[in-house]
Design a binder for this molecule. Structure first.
Ligand code: HEC
Length: 163
């Protein structure tokens, strides 16, 4: 009799764990269905959008030629990208999927790969900033390519594919 009670308790615990993990999954789906704007997800998207804004400004400044003014703009914007790239780790630190997101759970399943890619972005943005600081237009153009490639690498590995 003692034993039967123990097994029953164990079965209840197993059921409870199953129920809770089921709810978490349902929660994620509901968040998507109701297009819930989760504050943590919105915060990480904001980091991304500001990185994208900087890259856009860099491209615009490049079209303006290799003068001192545009080069200075490129340098500052590249430094902003580096600064924001170093925020990626913190912004994605907590696994949050319950809301409108294009991130996949691979971000957290392969956290070291993800943070390494973020580190690569920061490093490439620093190199771009240095090229701009030296007024080196071909260095700037190469730098933009590397930065852009780092965006693409991460999105390809850790984001839902575009339909
Ligand atoms: C370390 C990985 C990583 C790098 C590097 C990265 N991104 Fe992202 N980016 C993501 C992930 C993950 C999302 C999806 C976020 C979400 O929807 O929760 C995203 C989303 C975005 C979005 C959409 C934001 C929104 O409002 O939905 C833009 C725009 C973006 N990234 C631009 C860039 C640009 C430009 C670069 C390079 C200069 C870049 N990203 C580099 C991982 C990365």
């Amino acid at each position: 009799m003692e034993n039967a009670g123990m097994w029953r308790q164990l079965a209840l615990v197993v059921l409870a764990i199953g129920f809770v993990s089921g709810c978490v999954r349902i929660n994620d789906d509901l968040g998507q269905v109701f297009r819930y704007k989760h504050p943590k997800i919105e915060a990480r998207k904001k980091v991304m959008r500001s990185i994208a804004g900087s890259l856009k400004n860099i491209k615009i400044a490049t079209e303006a030629g290799g003068g001192v003014g545009p080069m200075r703009k490129i340098k500052w914007a590249a430094q902003d990208i580096a600064k924001n790239a170093r925020k990626i780790r913190g912004a994605f630190g907590h696994k949050t999927m319950s809301g409108v997101t294009t991130a996949t759970s691979k971000v957290w399943d392969n956290w070291s790969g993800f943070t390494q890619t973020a580190g690569n972005l920061a490093a490439s943005a620093e190199i771009l900033a240095m090229a701009a600081d030296g007024g080196d237009m071909s260095g700037v153009k190469n730098g933009i390519k590397t930065v852009g490639a780092n965006c693409g690498k991460c999105h390809k590995a850790f984001r839902v594919k575009k339909k």
